[in-house]
Design a protein around this ligand. Structure first.
Ligand SMILES: CC(C)(COP(=O)(O)OP(=O)(O)OC[C@H]1O[C@@H](n2cnc3c(N)ncnc32)[C@H](O)[C@@H]1OP(=O)(O)O)[C@@H](O)C(=O)NCCC(=O)NCCS
Length: 301
């Protein structure tokens, strides 16, 4: 089999036997990407079926498509988080048309996306091909990410806490101060989603967390939350509960994705919230995210 990478573009190809070709995606691929997303059960807002989401990745990340005999059969996307040697490359999406599963497209897209990216992480689905594929790429499976859904009216604002609206720029500036990582483009994108806004959670008048709230229907809730690492584990827990308790969605339903070991998981389960789905956090180093404190976006972390 003839295969390789053509240097500057970093495009992987393996033409002779499989007719498989990996190339960077562009705005002209939005319909094909959406069709693959829908064929793999991803039809919702802020998935590959949503041009706003894919547009954000085209502008601020990297998106590739796999072509076989001229037809797009899969797409994958990464987003670099942070700068310099500490930067982490998050795999946001990897989806292949079910008719082309197991034929090497997933593997080939990963080889392109993770080239020159030593620090890698993703939230793997429970699809049988996914976890072994990422394990072969040097990532290990560390903990489940629970998609927790429930009724916000079953939660109480913890004593001394208040939640106020802010600008995405202010939320990003606070996060930058706490973590050293500039997420301003992501905060702006989350705030532009349906239901999107940035909020601050304060304890006794001191800001302890900044969050992006967004989504539609049962997916409405916390999209991402960063807490002041100096504020302690109790604050990391109460900030999540406070933001959820402050929401007022139709029917009271909201969602947050939490690492199973997160300090807020038990209080939410105790309040009757349910785990509706799960992914598995996979990374080249377990220290890339702190499962007790982080509230990552499953797509963008
Ligand atoms: C996960 C997915 C992207 C993988 O793409 P793909 O093109 O099917 O994967 P590939 O053919 O490149 O590779 C699959 C690998 O898994 C291996 N594999 C399949 N089932 C396996 C199993 N149960 N245990 C171990 N390895 C397995 C195959 O042998 C192959 O490895 P190889 O290339 O070394 O032989 C694709 O199956 C998909 O879209 N699934 C549904 C959507 C999804 O869950 N996406 C993941 C989001 S995180």
């Amino acid at each position: 089999m003839e295969s390789g990478t053509d240097g500057a573009a970093g495009v992987w190809h393996s033409m002779a036997v499989t007719n498989l070709y990996i190339r960077n995606a562009n705005a002209g691929d939005l319909d094909a990407v959406a069709a693959i997303a829908r064929a793999t059960g991803q039809g919702e807002e802020w998935t590959g079926a949503d041009p706003a989401y894919v547009g954000h990745l085209l502008a601020h990340g990297r998106v590739v498509v796999a072509e076989r005999q001229g037809a797009v059969t899969g797409f994958g996307a990464t987003r670099r988080i942070g700068d310099g040697p500490g930067a982490v490359t998050m795999l946001c999406d990897l989806f292949v048309d079910p008719r082309a599963h197991g034929l090497g497209a997933g593997n080939a897209m990963l080889a392109t996306l993770w080239q020159d990216a030593p620090r890698r992480m993703t939230f793997s689905s429970l699809h049988a091909h996914a976890l072994p594929l990422y394990t072969r790429s040097g990532l290990d499976a560390w903990w489940p990410l629970l998609y927790l859904g429930g009724d916000v009216r079953a939660l109480r604002l913890p004593g001394g806490w208040a939640v106020t609206e802010t600008s995405p720029g202010e939320a990003a500036a606070l996060e930058l101060g706490w973590t050293g990582v500039d997420r301003s483009a992501d905060h702006a994108a989350w705030a532009a989603r349906p239901g999107g806004r940035a909020v601050l959670a304060s304890r006794d008048g001191v800001v302890a967390a900044a969050a992006a709230v967004a989504g539609t229907g049962p997916e409405y809730g916390i999209a991402h939350l960063a807490a002041d690492p100096g504020a302690g584990a109790g604050a990391a827990r109460d900030a999540v509960v406070a933001v959820l308790a402050s929401l007022d969605p139709p029917g009271g339903r909201a969602r947050v994705c939490l690492p199973a070991p997160h300090v807020a998981t038990r209080p939410l389960l105790a309040a009757g919230w349910h785990s509706e789905e799960m992914d598995v956090f996979m990374a080249t180093d377990p220290g890339l995210l702190d499962p007790r404190r982080c509230v990552p976006s499953p797509a963008l972390a």
